[in-house]
Design a protein around this ligand. Structure first.
Ligand SMILES: C[S@@+](CC[C@H](N)C(=O)[O-])C[C@H]1O[C@@H](n2cnc3c(N)ncnc32)[C@H](O)[C@@H]1O
Length: 281
């Protein structure tokens, strides 16, 4: 599996999708672990195995499909052991540079989120910004759910940020906006009105386009067409059950605190799924 062209321009992506309150989102992730996790904190931290990674660290965080790893870097800033995992070498290099500039320790892992093994399990994992839409088959989602569970401590928490099912009609396309950071300006298109949709596989061929303006360079455009699948709540619930990897699940409509339950109202535009691994493995 390779990373879409769209993700080979990490700085442009970071500016395009950077207008979020990352600290508040990390507060929510920490809350999920406190409210729903059952990770033992009884062991001294860290216990080091073979002189390398802690074998039981209740303050270890993993960001799946991390991109610029804004959340993983925020966890590192808070004193957690933080890991960012992605297929894109450009994204990982960008995240590692940014962490280094801020004097943070960030472990980066180049891997497929459907099949990976960390040197030691984490307490909290997150798949944010609809990154799970890159997994377009039931088999990939189940493999992903199992791979994450395999790398979580007993009683650990996995949070997925997905789109609210009400948005699946995609009748708001084209989805466009402009973002700026300093001298860099990016026009973004994520989803064109005539993108093809397959009703059987539920896969969209999504057009994504970044038009970048920065001083000293002619304007340039990065365009890609890549398959994405957005998930309904009940089908995702069935895939979680099929994975057999989690003992409990909670559903929310947003990442603010306190989080609203996922419901049929139009106040929220997210589907947040919080999963817990069994306490006894
Ligand atoms: C929408 S971006 C999310 C980045 C970041 N988590 C955020 O919140 O902005 C999706 C990321 O997932 C990565 N990705 C896509 N498929 C992947 C896979 N199978 N395994 C690992 N990473 C993947 C892409 O390279 C990209 O960096």
């Amino acid at each position: 599996m390779s990373s879409p062209e769209f993700y080979r321009h990490a700085r442009a992506y970071d500016v395009a999708f950077g207008d979020r309150d990352f600290a508040a989102e990390c507060d929510f992730l920490e809350w999920c672990l406190r409210a729903h996790g059952r990770v033992s904190t009884a062991l001294p931290v860290p216990q080091v195995q073979h002189g390398a990674s802690p074998v039981h660290d209740p303050r270890a965080f993993l960001e799946l499909g991390c991109g610029p790893a804004r959340h993983a870097r925020e966890f590192a800033r808070r004193g957690w052991s933080a890991t960012g995992l992605d297929l894109s070498g450009d994204m990982l290099a960008y995240a590692a540079d940014a962490a280094c500039r801020d004097g943070l320790i960030l472990r980066t892992v180049a891997a497929d989120m459907c099949d990976f093994d960390l040197p030691a399990p984490v307490a909290l994992a997150a798949n944010l910004m609809e990154s799970v839409t890159h997994l377009t088959t039931n088999e990939q989602v189940v493999a992903h759910l199992r791979a994450v569970a395999r790398n979580l401590l007993p009683g650990g928490i996995f949070v997925l940020e997905m789109a609210h099912p009400a948005w699946l009609g995609r009748d708001t396309l084209p989805n466009t906006w402009t973002a700026r950071d300093g001298d860099l300006e990016v026009d973004v298109l994520f989803g064109a009105a005539d993108d093809p949709y397959d009703w059987f596989s539920q896969v969209w061929q999504v057009t994504s386009r970044l038009t970048v303006r920065e001083p000293g360079r002619p304007e340039y455009t990065i365009e890609s067409h890549h398959p994405h699948r957005w998930y309904l709540a009940q089908e995702f619930r069935a895939l979680v059950d099929l994975s057999g990897a989690y003992e409990a699940a909670w559903w929310y409509g947003d990442m603010r605190l306190p989080p609203p339950p996922l419901d049929n109202g139009d106040a929220d535009d997210q589907m947040i799924v919080v999963l817990r691994t069994p306490q006894m493995m």
